[in-house]
Write a protein that binds this ligand. Structure first.
Ligand SMILES: [Zn+2]
Length: 291
């Protein structure tokens, strides 16, 4: 039985879709109210939202590791992480305050409507499957590569992040705003029908993109970027890369090619926020997963 879920936004303060969806629903709470559980709405990083920045001191969506949550907080996001963990968790507890967290993000990459899932829980994957049935354009990226397990949604035993793009940082797009809202309404309908016992667990399979590795930009000895994402790859998220496909264009105008033997799918291509993290794209393998 699901008693309480949290919809969170503004984890990255310059990703306005989530910031404004939360505002919309705070003004019109009936839109996210369902008959048999409680929905709470939360701006997770208020100071970053105020300043329209990704974060103040450290990426909040990497601040929920065991280390950070058990040590005295030393920066703004660590303090937020402690507060959010008390409010929604505590993480790892059998009786967390909320049963599910959906964290709203946007991306400058052309990811369309995507889920980023790190949870292994059965309920999470049932919800994912339900959403895939309702929204056929939805892509699912399973990122178990977050070695610290430090995402916002990791506070709860169940949950995921929604990523929608392409949207520049600090910008709202009505089409993707509406798509994100609709996905949340489907998710709430799923919980309502799950609680009523109406949801049939039929063990169906879904196609997902499973994280394989991160690819950094080509760099010089000092670490400066010396190439950009190739124009033929730009905006082609979820494209299958095969050996010999162009991936980077150097500042001198030379093309750098994909050299892996195994064809892999590229995503989060040229995401603005990942320049500082040192990657130009993620590579993934498409697999068929039983849920
Ligand atoms: Zn984000």
């Amino acid at each position: 039985m699901i008693k309480k879920i949290a919809i969170t936004g503004g984890t990255h303060g310059n990703e306005l879709t989530g910031v404004y969806l939360i505002k919309k629903w705070q003004d019109q709470p009936h839109l996210v109210k369902r008959s048999n559980f409680e929905t709470i709405l939360l701006h997770t990083n208020p100071q970053a939202i105020k300043e329209c920045r990704r974060y103040i001191d450290k990426d909040l969506n990497r601040s929920f590791s065991k280390d950070i949550l058990t040590q005295n907080p030393t920066n703004y996001e660590a303090r937020r992480a402690h507060k959010l963990n008390a409010l929604l968790g505590p993480k790892g507890d059998k009786n967390t305050e909320v049963d599910f967290i959906v964290d709203l993000h946007s991306t400058t990459a052309n990811m369309g409507l995507s889920l980023v899932v790190s949870s292994k829980s059965k309920l999470t994957w049932q919800a994912v499957r339900y959403l895939c049935e309702k929204e056929p354009t939805l892509h699912v990226y399973r990122w178990m590569g977050d070695e610290e397990d430090a995402f916002v949604d990791s506070i709860s035993p169940n949950g995921f992040a929604i990523e929608v793009g392409a949207i520049p940082q600090g910008v709202l797009r009505a089409d993707l705003f509406e798509k994100s809202a609709t996905l949340i309404y489907h998710l709430l309908d799923f919980f309502e029908s799950y609680n009523k016992g109406d949801y049939k667990d039929e063990n169906k399979q879904i196609d997902i993109y499973d994280h394989v590795k991160l690819v950094d930009y080509p760099r010089d000895k000092e670490g400066n970027i010396i190439a950009m994402v190739h124009q033929e790859l730009q905006d082609k998220d979820y494209k299958l890369l095969k050996k010999g496909d162009p991936i980077f264009l150097t500042l001198k105008g030379e093309t750098i090619y994909y050299e892996e033997d195994e064809p892999l799918f590229a995503l989060f291509i040229n995401e603005a926020a990942y320049y500082e993290k040192g990657f130009a794209m993620c590579l993934s393998r498409k697999i068929n997963l039983a849920t």
